[in-house]
Design a protein around this ligand. Structure first.
Ligand code: SR1
Ligand code: MG
Length: 395
């Protein structure tokens, strides 16, 4: 499908319908309806439906600024192309776990893609107590396949470097460098937290050993082009149902350390584990455990069956690589916990807790858990030890 090129203009419901009509997706004369359903921080998302058949598609448009802050924060439109290309590249390895891209228009910064409205955003579902029995199996596979197949362990070095250049994404990376790895560790104006957290937050700003470890993790993020990352794999970037899982929104995609995607996903599950009790908590903890187990076993299998490179069969090498990814994962998860509590971009899992006393108590626990994960990441030998640490902070 192609779209007619126009110069950039923010879409309205009317112009989104006109655009949908030009795509030969709906039957001629179909009565189309449009609804802007974007609830993220950065983009417009229009759902176009044929009122007779119920058939639909999504038109996502990047805005030239960050919606969460407003026009004072300009942001490149190139991220729409990065997102569409990342969906296509990752779709080569996990077609069942990402939406199909039907069309793109670089000028308008739009991606036209599969309508996934039969699914719910995993963050919303988890908050409402959904168990999503297949979530960790699917995300473990998504992580293993996308991170392995785009790495030096699967690609010719020329192709790997071509992809790394194609997915150069400095402006979106800068958001992560600031909002995850820098601002929460300093008294920065982007931070946002309740006065009751002031003491805990100041303790973070004064904690030299913690800041040193955060600096090391930031350096990994800045310098280690290991694999094509999704770049923002929190539970709001995942659509799910009992049976299906689809990873959306890879506009932050770039070549970075493999543990970053795993860490962001696990970090968001850890927030859930801290805020839930009883059976619901146990279900989330099983997902934490299973994500790592599925990721690591699938990654090792891919290495053995499809790995390339002179050192592929050198004893201990694949274990060394996995251990490095594991330690990075735990550190990045810790950074995600801290920034979601006191940084610019909060999550409903925490801010939605109505009882103020409980909210502050749990936010303090999230901060402590984040600090411990960052500082102790090299002492934690297994995912079981990570889970034990999370549970210990709850006591
Ligand atoms: C200004 S963007 C804030 C956050 O939203 C995105 O989803 C990323 O997580 C980013 O850090
Ligand atoms: Mg997003």
């Amino acid at each position: 499908m192609t779209t007619t090129i126009q110069s950039y203009k923010a879409l309205t419901d009317e112009s989104a319908i006109e655009l949908a009509k030009s795509l030969e997706f709906f039957p001629q004369g179909a009565k189309l309806e449009s609804r802007e359903i974007g609830d993220g921080n950065l983009n417009y998302v229009f759902r176009i439906t044929d009122s007779e058949s119920g058939k639909g598609l999504i038109i996502k448009q990047a805005l030239p600024y960050a919606k969460v802050v407003g026009e004072s924060w300009p942001l490149t439109l190139k991220r729409a192309t990065i997102e569409a290309n990342a969906l296509r590249k990752h779709g080569e390895f996990v077609p069942e776990l990402v939406p199909s891209v039907y069309a793109t228009n670089e000028e308008l910064a739009i991606t036209v893609m599969e309508d996934l409205s039969h699914l719910t955003i995993a963050r919303e579902g988890l908050i409402n107590g959904e168990a999503y029995p297949n979530l960790s199996k699917h995300i473990g596979e998504y992580l293993a396949k996308t991170l392995f197949h785009t790495s030096d362990f699967a690609l010719h070095p020329f192709e790997k470097k071509r992809l790394a250049a194609e997915f150069s994404n400095p402006e979106l990376c800068k958001i992560t460098e600031d909002l995850i790895f820098t601002d929460p560790f300093f008294n920065h104006e982007t931070n946002d937290f309740e006065p009751e957290l002031q003491e805990a937050v100041e303790a973070i700003w004064k904690n030299g050993p913690l800041k040193l470890e955060a600096a090391k993790l930031k350096k990994s993020f800045l310098t280690e082009a290991e694999a094509l990352l999704h770049g923002d794999l929190h539970t709001g970037s995942i659509f799910a149902s009992e049976a299906e899982t689809k990873v959306i929104d890879p506009e932050f995609a770039f070549y970075g350390p493999a543990g970053f995607d795993i860490g962001l996903f696990l970090g968001n599950l850890i927030v859930q584990a801290i805020t839930r009790e009883g059976e619901k908590q146990e279900a989330v903890i099983r997902h934490i455990d299973n994500t790592w187990k599925v990721f690591s076993s699938t990654y090792l299998l891919l290495w053995e069956e499809q790995g390339v490179g002179a050192f592929k069969d050198t004893e201990g090498y694949k274990e060394f690589i996995l251990e490095k990814i594991f330690q990075d994962t735990i550190g990045f998860a810790g950074c995600e916990l801290i920034r979601r509590t006191i940084g610019l971009a909060h999550v409903k899992d925490l801010d939605g807790i109505e009882d103020p006393e409980r909210r502050i108590r749990l936010k303090k626990q999230v901060l402590q858990t984040g600090e411990a994960l960052i500082v102790k990441r090299k002492e934690l030998p297994s995912i079981g030890a990570v889970i034990a640490l999370v549970e210990e902070q709850k006591r």
